[in-house]
Design a protein around this ligand. Sequence first.
Ligand code: SF4
Length: 300
Amino acid sequence: MKELINEINELKREKDAIIIVHNYQCDEVQDIADFLGDSLEMAKVARDSDKSVIVVCGVDFMAETAKILSPNKMVLIPDKDATCPMAHMIDTEILSGLKSHNPDSLVMCYVNSTAEIKAHSDVCCTSANAVKLVDHFTNGQPVIFVPDMSLGNYCRIETGKDVILYEGFCPTHHRIFPEDVKKAKEEHPAALVLTHPECFEEVINMSDYIGSTSGIVRFIEKSDCKEFIICTEQGLYHRLKKENPEITIYSPCELNICPNMKKITLEDVRDSLENMQFEINLPDDIIHKANKALKRMLTP
Ligand code: SF4
C-alpha cells in the first residue's frame, strides 16, 4: 500500500492535481486526501484551488459540481460508475411538471442532483446550508425542494415556510429506522444521537443534533460527551475516530453503508491520475445555467 500511495503522490505532483475526498469514502482513500469534507466544503475547495487537475473521490454529482464551478480545470472521477441514486430519482421532465403546477415557486435543488436539474433550478443547497437558504431566499414565495424529501421536510419544519416536497430519498439513510435508534439509545443511555437530515423525520425527532457530516465533526470537537450514536453513512466514523481517539461511536444499524461511495479504490485514484480518466465534460449551456444556482448558494 505504501508503494501505491507514493505512486499517487508522485503522479499528483507531475499532473498538478489536488485530490478532494468526501467523508463517506473508504478509509484508505480518506487517508490520501488533500482535502476531506462534505459536499459544500468540496465545492468551495474545487472552486478556489489553483491546481489544474481536480480528482474528486465521491459520487458523480460532486465531480459535476466541481466542473461547473471550475469549467477551465480538468475534473476527474476515478470510477465513472460511482453515482448517487437519489440524484437520479428526478429528471427535467418531472421538474417541469412540478414547476407548471406551482408557477410562482422558487426551485431549490439539493446539491445531490444532476447538472441538468441544477441548470433548471433557481438556487442550490447542501445539507449544511439548506435551512438557512430556504429562510433567506423565500419571501412569502413557496419553494419546490428537490430531490430529497427528508431534507426538504426538515427545512419546512425548521423554517415554517411553504416547502413543496418531491419524493426522492437517500436509500442509505433510509435504512436507519426509528426502532434502530430507539434500541441503540436503550443500550447506550449516555450517548448523544447525531443525525444527518437525509434520515427519516422520526429519526431526526429522536436526535440531539441534526447536521451535515462536517456539522457532526464540529459538534463532536466541541462536545464534552464521549459516546455518540451517529445516524449517517458509516464512512464518517473513520474520520471521527481518527480525530477523536477518546470517543466511542455506535452505529444505529449495520446497513448504513452506501455502496456507491465505496466504489473508488486507491488503484482507481492511481489509474485516474496516470491515464487522466474519467474526465467530466458538460455542455456549456448547462455549466452556465447550473453555475448561477451554485453561485447563489455560495454567496447568499
Ligand atoms: S449516501 Fe445517499 S445521498 Fe450520499 S451518495 Fe449514497 S445514496 Fe447518494
